[in-house]
Design a protein. Structure first.
Length: 419
């Protein structure tokens, strides 16, 4: 049985941050009803690779959901929303600031309509504070949560990371909050409002940089390969430094293409074996690298020696040399490497699906593995694919009621006025 079987979610989320969360909960077994405006989630049409088909942006974030179209700007659409709200355990949204209030559904109103419902909300900056009124996208959150100022090299511009820590990271944070609130609701009978701000989520993921921020009050950061000094204020960008107690770096390997790199951590315990392999007894006994403090001080020299050794090997060959020495290391995997990787396929992390509009495509799989409830991944719905099904099965509407709601525009955009 699926872990969240019996939990019904009214999902008004769009774009990436919210849909990440609801897809995950759907994979855990919740019945996720995605309520979309008549034109659908904007991502259905964004970055299309197949004409007239839902984009991969949409299909990769909305699996295992049912889609219904409801025009929340019509009185009849609002009535359908209220009926659904009364039959759901969780309602979720990630609209811009004030959107839900303008539609007439503040948290207080939602709570009064269904005191048991848990409400999940994502905002760029939360509902309080000077930034509360701002909209946000992924890179805005990365910029404002500390990720960009700490990614890259000191002399270069700040960089975003390819991992979607602002959107997907926030969705994951919200999932944790919702499950906790659901557990509490089951004990008390009362739902609550769960909010995650993207900026807060990114700050949480940058926690170790704030560790270093405070260490700078006391002295330089000895493990950083770039210059640091007591009192310098902001944590500098530090390239590919490990960020932990052990030294680490990406080492360029044969044939020296853009992804021919191996990330190597020179863990304290493995130095002797590693040094012996790359430079023999002389390097293992070299006083410049004798202790971790020496290696920190002379790390530029150490990385040069390791790179010199690695230049004759591919990243996989170099990895095969380091594995028996117990040196923690990993090849920089391109998307192509990962899509074809045996390990990835074996763990169901690159899953082939079929879609009525686009045919075969792949989704990244479910990273959380439950032993008794493995996720079964099903394709994303087309726009409004389940509108009638949900109206009949969940709301028990009959033909007459559905027809009159249709005629009143509950499920469609109003016709454009003649010019
Ligand atoms: C992502 C974001 C920037 C997009 O901005 P946007 O495209 O202007 O969309 P908004 O959420 O502000 O507004 C949605 C509009 O659609 C309308 N709408 C949404 N669902 C509807 C429905 N079912 N029926 C009718 N109208 C609907 C809303 O009422 C709103 O209209 P309004 O502006 O007239 O009030 C914004 O939603 C946002 O900041 N969200 C919070 C942060 C976030 O999650 N960002 C991550 C994105 S991955």
């Amino acid at each position: 049985m699926e872990a969240l079987k019996g939990i019904r979610i009214l999902d008004m989320t769009h774009v990436q941050a919210g849909p990440t969360c609801t897809q995950l909960l759907a994979w855990l077994g919740a019945d996720v009803i995605k309520l979309e405006p008549p034109q659908g989630d904007a991502t259905r049409g964004q970055l299309r690779d197949v004409p007239h088909a839902d984009s991969l942006y949409f299909t990769m974030l909305n699996c295992n959901k049912r889609s219904i179209v409801v025009n929340m700007k019509s009185a009849e659409g609002k009535a359908v929303f209220v009926d659904l709200l009364r039959r759901c355990d969780i309602v979720m949204e990630n609209f811009g600031p004030g959107v839900l209030d303008r539609l007439g559904f503040t948290w207080e109103k939602i709570h009064s309509l269904n005191p048991r419902v848990v409400m999940g909300s994502i905002k760029g900056f939360g509902s309080s504070g000077p930034y509360a009124d701002f909209k946000a996208y992924e890179n805005v959150a990365q910029a404002m949560g500390g990720a960009m100022s700490t990614t890259g090299l000191p002399e270069g511009p700040p960089f975003v990371t390819g991992a979607q820590i602002g959107d997907t990271g926030t969705g994951l944070h919200l999932a944790i909050g919702l499950l906790a609130a659901l557990r509490q609701r089951d004990r008390t009978g009362e739902g609550q409002y769960v909010e995650v701000a993207m900026m807060d989520g990114v700050m949480n993921l940058c926690r170790v940089k704030f560790r270093d921020h405070q260490r700078l009050f006391r002295g330089p950061l000895s493990e950083y390969s770039v210059e640091t000094a007591q009192g310098m204020g902001a944590v500098p960008r530090a390239g590919n430094d490990s960020g932990g107690g052990q030294l680490g770096n990406a080492i360029h390997c044969k044939p020296h293409g853009p992804n021919d790199w191996l990330y190597v951590v020179v863990q304290e315990a493995v130095w002797e074996g590693l040094a012996n392999r790359i430079g023999g007894d002389a390097l293992a006994k070299d006083p410049r690298f004798a202790k971790i403090a020496d290696r920190r001080k002379n790390q530029d020299e150490m990385w040069k020696l390791i790179t010199e050794f690695a230049k004759n090997y591919t990243k996989r060959e170099f990895m095969a040399i380091l594995n028996p020495l117990d040196v923690p290391c990993g090849p920089i995997m391109s998307t192509e490497d990962l899509a074809n990787d045996e390990h990835v396929r074996g763990r169901d992390m690159w899953v082939e699906l079929d879609h009525p509009q686009r045919g075969k495509w792949f989704n990244v799989g479910m990273p959380i593995k439950l032993s008794a409830s493995p996720a079964v991944i099903k394709r994303s719905p087309t726009l409004g694919e389940h509108t009638e099904e949900v109206l009949r099965e969940v709301l028990r509407y009959d033909d007459n009621k559905i027809k009159s709601l249709q005629q009143a525009g509950a499920f469609s955009a109003p016709p454009k006025k003649a010019a």
